[in-house]
Design a protein around this ligand. Structure first.
Ligand code: AOF
Ligand code: ZN
Length: 369
């Protein structure tokens, strides 16, 4: 995904406006789902005459906000949009038509929208109206921004981010299962932001029993569309316990097909195939994508986290490392990785490092082999 800069055929002014549109788009990261994050800037040369971003699904698209801000000044302007303008009438009217009606003379997009009802039709409509259309400016950045949305549409599964916290000696919990307070307050606050980005937070029944997590987002004063809480619980053994059912956000229990749910349960239920006592995680993810989940945050123990990793279903690993030692009797980071030879080792690519208080955060991507 190496981005070359500058992108061929675009001016420095084009780059600056698209970078601005991308920053605007990112403001929607806690609220637009399941829609993509989109930003739009209208400009005459260097002068910005209107801008906006898509705030929430069901509300106006980015282009509409920018056009309203620009008023008559939209005539003859260039529109910079981080995603192809839509051509369909969904919850709002087609943005391609809004741009045409406003008299915009050029449209620069970061990327095409793979949404089946758009997928090039937005560009075609603009061109048919005599508007100059270019795409591909800061495309790598736009793709990274909407990795979840693109994953759902193109791969049929959400983007999977696994969050884990470990000691310096690679341990996540004591042998007793106790795992609270490995990392400090700053790292734990950062986890809240990952939760806020996720359409669903996935955990296992083991974690519900051991840690009793609430899996809610606690970000004071920040508008967040509450993520779906998903508990993988084959036998539905934990449905009557725990904080995972408290608070405002919905909870979904995923169970084995042969398990009959208790009557009158005040939670969502879905069956997923189980093979050899383990959920078919690919099928679980496909089911979540069908429920319009773009990004999944896995916050679970070594078994489920290891299961996602072993199945090749992890896109990103967010690993907090605390400067503490828990000793060899404590639990390891991942279970279920059957590695006996170096040839079988799992290699990761380090994408970013940052400190949060006394703790270190690594962002890693499994390497395609
Ligand atoms: C744009 N500009 O700002 C966004 C677009 O349910 P709707 O009507 O909001 O439509 C959702 C679809 O619209 C979404 O899947 C994507 O294809 C497009 N999103 N398009 O022109 C925007 N958010
Ligand atoms: Zn639109």
């Amino acid at each position: 995904q190496a981005a070359t800069w500058p992108d061929a055929g675009f001016s420095a002014t084009d780059h600056a406006h698209m970078a601005h549109a991308l920053r605007l788009a990112a403001r929607g990261r806690y609220t637009t789902r399941p829609n993509p994050m989109v930003g739009c800037v209208l400009a005459h040369g260097e002068r910005v005459v209107g801008d906006g971003y898509h705030v929430r699904a069901g509300e106006p698209h980015a282009e509409v906000h920018a056009l309203r801000a620009a008023g008559d000044a939209a005539r003859g302007a260039t529109a910079y949009v981080t995603l192809e303008p839509c051509a369909h009438t969904g919850r709002t009217g087609p943005c391609a038509n809004a741009l045409i009606d406003a008299g915009v003379s050029r449209v620069v997009a970061a990327m095409r929208d793979p949404f089946p009802q758009v997928d090039g039709a937005g560009f075609d409509r603009l061109r048919a109206a005599g508007i100059a259309v270019e795409s591909g400016l800061l495309e790598a950045q736009a793709r990274a921004l909407n990795a979840g949305y693109l994953s759902r549409l193109v791969r049929g599964r959400p983007w999977v981010r696994v969050k884990l916290a470990m000691s310096l000696d690679g341990r996540t919990a004591l042998a007793s299962g106790e795992s609270k307070w490995i990392t400090g307050a700053a790292a734990r606050a950062d986890v809240q932001r990952w939760r806020a980005c996720a359409g669903a937070i996935v955990t296992g029944s083991g974690t519900v029993l051991a840690d009793d997590p609430a899996m809610t987002v606690r970000l004071d004063g920040v508008d967040v569309a509450p993520p779906l809480r998903v508990v993988l619980d084959a036998g539905l053994a934990t449905v009557h316990r725990g904080r995972v059912r408290e608070g405002g956000s919905p909870t979904l229990y995923v169970h084995a097909p042969d398990v009959k749910p208790p009557r009158g349960l005040d939670a969502q239920l879905a069956a997923a195939p189980v093979h050899g006592g383990r959920f078919d995680l690919q099928a679980v993810l496909a089911m979540l994508a069908a429920r319009d989940i773009n990004e999944v945050l896995v916050e679970a123990g070594a078994t489920l986290a290891g299961g996602f990793l072993a199945a090749g279903l992890v896109d990103e690993l967010v690993l907090y490392i605390a400067p503490v030692l828990l000793g060899a009797r404590a639990r390891p980071l991942f279970d279920g990785l059957d590695i006996d030879t170096m040839a079988e080792r799992l290699q990761l690519e380090l994408v970013e490092t940052r400190t949060f208080g006394a703790d270190l955060r690594l962002t890693l991507r499994p390497r395609a082999t």
